[in-house]
Ligand binder design. Structure first.
Ligand code: BF8
Ligand code: SF4
Length: 642
């Protein structure tokens, strides 16, 4: 029998290693074991397998052996382009649904049908003004109604382009997209058109398919990411800097533990509220109270706005259950492994699904609606309280490590922190530091962890190499969690930074009553990649250049989800280079690879030529960081900077 990999090779997080060992001792399989058992298909991983109709599946060998087209005649480039497009459509649909859920929750709230309050009134006014809505003399509820009308229009309007694209796009990018005829009409139409055009016997021109993919990326960016963030800020308030704790050690043996996992903060927020309200009930059953911990992007939402601790990130989502001390895991949508239920069945943990379109067989289902948000959250917390008696103390083993991290760096918070250095011209200190080379540029670390890669290692290695070279890092999603676990979201992490950047971040931190700013600024969940785009847009406008001209890039070293490809497409279309450390499943087609990566300069069109950004596929994080630094230096030179 094949030896299982050493736990040290599976995750950099010693707490996770401890839990994989515990699971193995108890005969429980985790995602890391499943990844080891599952051979990756050589065809699928290059994107050359087509399952779009019942004549197939057809697969084409990129080596030139065997048939060179499917039964219908589709060639390898068409097949790879369609598969990539399909991934981007899936990612986009996920984010657009997220935004639409929040829009509906706001509608219900101001109609008096949902128990939320509007916490982000300043943001509401600024978004309303940006959308061209008259704000003077209007009540909050009226403004919410008008803003959500504009949001919902982006799912149905039949002419023009997305309101949110006009609201948030930088002018230079807008012009490029308009000239190329890429502006999307409405999110639902584009997703439907994308599916229709990608079906068997429709669009078979790989270059045209890639252009359709770019339009889809714009839907993801504006009707997905930006709209979700903006509406969530209106509902729950704009995040401010906050200190919190990371790693599995945040699970508290003396308390009832509930982990919240998924993406949409509507339920997660209510679970926190009800956990506080029901503390006495927890004490009645002998616990010290109720402890909420986060997993994945729900963790980010709660961390940024409520300082809730983060237990772990994607690849190790089963581990909180394996501690034996988790009474309930509450999930909504996206990145939730169905395997959670098999693991939960080995312990007393109750896995609770909450959305009618996202269930797991065997799990408990408590239906969440915004109208009945309080009832659902109360029922969930009571289930956890009642489950405490079933905890088996012989099975409890919680890793001890905990690290401290700062989060909550919304664009508004970053600008406010800079304003404490220069109140009249807040962006100037940052721009000056970039101009004089103290900060070489900025890279956004985004995306996931992936059970096929040593967890956290690739995210951390990339950031270490970047900050050593005075590149400022901003982070979102599960990659931000990787950095939080290993001290890079804390001012202490500055010891790994180049001297020049360390001095700048220390000065800004001191102006804000902190010892220093961390070398990596946590900007939120995956939809909050919009905040990174906002910051880039603000800098580009300040300098009167395009985003494509800025010495900035993005990177997802350990990604796993199609959403990452949708986000990446949006950023490439905006002129930002995006590194991926995991095979994006396009390498089977030279044409598609060349268009996206501009790897052969002589190809007729590349995204680099059209938009100023490209995909960089590189598995080695240190080499990837060096490639990003090279591109940053090239963009600096073009701006006339040293
Ligand atoms: O949207 S970072 S594993 S949780 S896909 Fe998923 Fe990746 Fe985590 Fe958030 Ni984003
Ligand atoms: Fe094969 Fe063409 Fe059908 Fe794809 S669409 S499965 S290539 S016949």
């Amino acid at each position: 029998m094949k030896e299982r990999p050493d736990v040290n090779d599976l995750s950099m997080d010693t707490g996770v290693q401890q839990m994989i060992t515990k699971a193995r001792d108890e005969g429980i399989e985790t995602a890391f074991d499943r990844a080891d058992k599952m051979k990756q298909c050589g065809f699928g991983s290059q994107g050359v397998c087509c399952r779009l109709c019942l004549e197939g599946p057809c697969r084409i060998s990129p080596t030139g052996n065997g048939p060179q087209s499917g039964v219908c005649g589709a060639n390898i480039d068409t097949i790879v382009a369609r598969n990539f497009f399909n991934n981007v459509i899936q990612g986009t649909a996920s984010h657009a649904e997220h935004a639409r859920e929040i829009a509906h929750a706001l509608v219900e709230t101001v109609a008096g049908h949902a128990p939320y309050t509007i916490a982000g009134v300043d943001k509401l006014k600024s978004i309303a003004q940006g959308l061209g809505i008259e704000t003077e003399g209007k009540e909050v509820n009226q403004l919410v109604k008008e803003v959500t009308d504009k949001a919902l229009e982006d799912f149905q309007k039949q002419e023009g382009t997305l309101n949110w694209l006009k609201l948030k796009a930088d002018q230079k990018s807008y012009q490029t997209w308009e000239n190329l005829g890429l502006l999307p009409e409405n999110a639902h139409a584009e997703i439907a058109k994308g599916m229709a055009r990608n079906v068997m016997g429709a669009d078979a021109d790989p270059a045209n398919l890639l252009m359709g993919t770019v339009s889809m990326g714009l839907v993801d960016g504006f009707a997905g990411l930006h709209m979700s963030t903006d509406l969530q800020d209106i509902m729950f308030g704009v995040p401010k800097a906050v200190k919190a704790q990371y790693r599995l050690g945040v699970i508290n043996k003396e308390k009832i533990n509930i982990s919240v996992h998924g993406h949409i903060p509507l339920l997660a927020d209510k679970v926190v509220e009800w956990a506080r309200k029901l503390e006495d009930e927890a004490k009645k059953v002998g616990a010290d109270g109720i402890n909420i911990v986060g997993v994945c992007c729900s963790a980010n939402e709660l961390l940024m706005r409520k300082g809730v601790s983060v237990a772990t990130n994607y690849a190790s989502q089963e581990m909180p259950i394996i501690t034996g001390a988790l009474e309930a895991m509450v999930v909504d949508i996206q990145c939730i492994m169905p395997g959670l239920q098999q693991v939960a069945e080995c312990y007393h943990t109750e896995l609770i699904t909450t959305l009618p379109y996202s269930k797991i067989s065997g799990a408990t289902h408590v239906e969440f609606t915004t109208e009945k948000a309080d009832e659902a959250a109360k029922e969930i917390v009571m289930k956890a309280i009642n489950n405490y008696k079933n905890r088996d103390s012989n099975k409890v083993n919680i890793p001890e490590e905990v690290t401290e991290a700062y989060a909550g760096f919304s664009t508004e918070q970053i600008v406010e922190a800079l304003a404490n250095v220069n109140p009249d011209d807040p962006l100037k200190p940052l721009v000056d530091a970039i101009a004089n080379g103290d900060i070489l540029g900025a890279v956004a670390i985004v995306g996931c962890t992936n059970p096929r890669k040593r967890q956290d290692q690739y995210n951390v290695d990339l950031v270490m190499e970047l900050i050593k070279n005075n590149v400022l890092v901003v982070a979102t999603g599960c990659s931000a969690h990787s950095l939080g676990k290993f001290g890079l979201l804390s001012p202490d992490g500055l010891k790994y930074s180049g001297k020049e950047m360390r001095e700048v971040l220390t000065a800004v931190g001191k102006a804000n009553g902190l010892p220093a700013l961390p070398p990596a600024l946590h900007m939120g969940s995956c939809v909050d990649n919009s905040r990174i785009a906002d910051l880039l847009t603000a800098l580009a406008n300040y300098l009167d250049v395009g985003i494509k001209d800025l010495p900035a890039a993005g990177s997802c070293p350990e990604t796993h989800h199609p959403k990452a490809l949708a986000i990446g497409t949006y950023f490439v279309a905006s002129g930002v280079d995006v590194h991926v450390g995991v095979n994006p499943q396009v390498t089977g087609s030279e044409l598609v690879t060349n268009v996206l990566t501009a790897s052969k300069g002589d190809f007729p069109i590349t995204t680099d030529e059209l938009f100023g950004g490209k995909i960089i596929y590189e598995e080695d994080s240190v080499i990837a960081a060096q490639k990003l630094i090279e591109r940053i230096k090239m963009k600096r030179k073009a701006l006339g900077l040293k």
